[in-house]
Design a protein around this ligand. Sequence first.
Ligand SMILES: [Zn+2]
Length: 436
Amino acid sequence: MRKHLTKLLAFCLVLAMALPLAACGKKDTPNPNPAPTNSPTVDQPSDTPDPTAEPSQEPVPTADPEDAVRSYWSEDQLTQAWGPGQVVEHLFFHPVIAYPEFAFSSAVPQDRQEGLDDWMVTVDEFNKILQSVYEKGYILVNMCDVWSEYTNENGEQRMQRNTLMLPEGKKPLIMSFDDVNYYDYMLSEGFMSKLIVGEDGDIWAYGVDPFTGEEVVTQDLDATTILDKFVREHPDFSLNGAKGCFSLTGYQGILGYRTQNDIDIAADSPERPAFDAKRQAEIDAVKPVIARLKETGWTFGSHTWGHIRLAAEGEKADARLKRDTLRWQEEVGSLVGPTNILFYPHGGRPDGDHDQGETYGPQFVWLQEQGFRIFASVGISSYSQIKTTISAVICDRLHPDGTTLRSGKAREHYLQFYDPKDIIDLDVRPDLGVTW
Ligand SMILES: [Zn+2]
């Protein structure tokens, strides 16, 4: 068993949550929501590379650099069996602070700075963490490959931990990224604003330099693009092209696009047509981003639509959860596709927690009935427990951020990944001390 830091769980940025079904969507290679530009062209000119055609003798002029990542390890190199009894480590991050000199300046209120200090890492810290976990032999795996559902001898659906086949000497690592929504508050606190598809077909981050006011398109200031780039430069860091799993809310849209509905605007309101048109433009704009992220090893889970606390009890809370879940499905699941992963906001877990065996409440059962199978919280180890009386697995993730980088007590749990002393940027962070 394990202890967990309840206080740490009280976190996750702002508010809410929800969700869909089916597996992690790894079979959906064809984009379920193709953007117009991705639509197959009929009667292609003969000089246009056709991805479905037989290999041609001529080199394709713009080979996808991600191909080298996906195919880096060949099957005969995957000789190390990582069995169900072996831990698959799991680290999670929030969006990284692109401009820490701005975020930790008087331009941002003190209490906000402390919030950012608690729950975020800076770009430089994130770079150092990636380098360290890579050097320590970790390899990114797809969270959707770690557990799967099967039918037991009684005909019941249950979850099981899969055996992963890895290269010799490597240790599996899941990375997840919470609240990759680019909330309004982040846009004024030194973060990037959205993910976009660049002219080269890759994912880039768009933002505004808070010091100069100039628009910035970069791959060096955002966790997603930094990880993409790191894996392109170190393809042995990824198993079959795996990257991370996004944990998305919906109340301010997703990935920097304001795709959310405003249910306060009535269907017959004069404001409706303009709102709908604007929203549709955001939806159209985010679709190619989602498609490219999926193509390049990223997966999606729910963080609830409204970042809601799930441990609350009572009919009111149950009703709220149902509304929230459906809204996530309508507004986020409809764009990113089905998922069976739920990342608890605020760490509030209605699943009976670790020490209560098979005890769990009606909210957990309802979420499971909606298709969720993997329920992720936050803790001091990559704990996981497969439920025996319902098809579900609960798991914890470690959280590199200011709270753990500063803590001597937490340090021992993170040394297998990195030494916080080598990572934390005390020159730029507020003067809040360390206990190591
Ligand atoms: Zn959160």
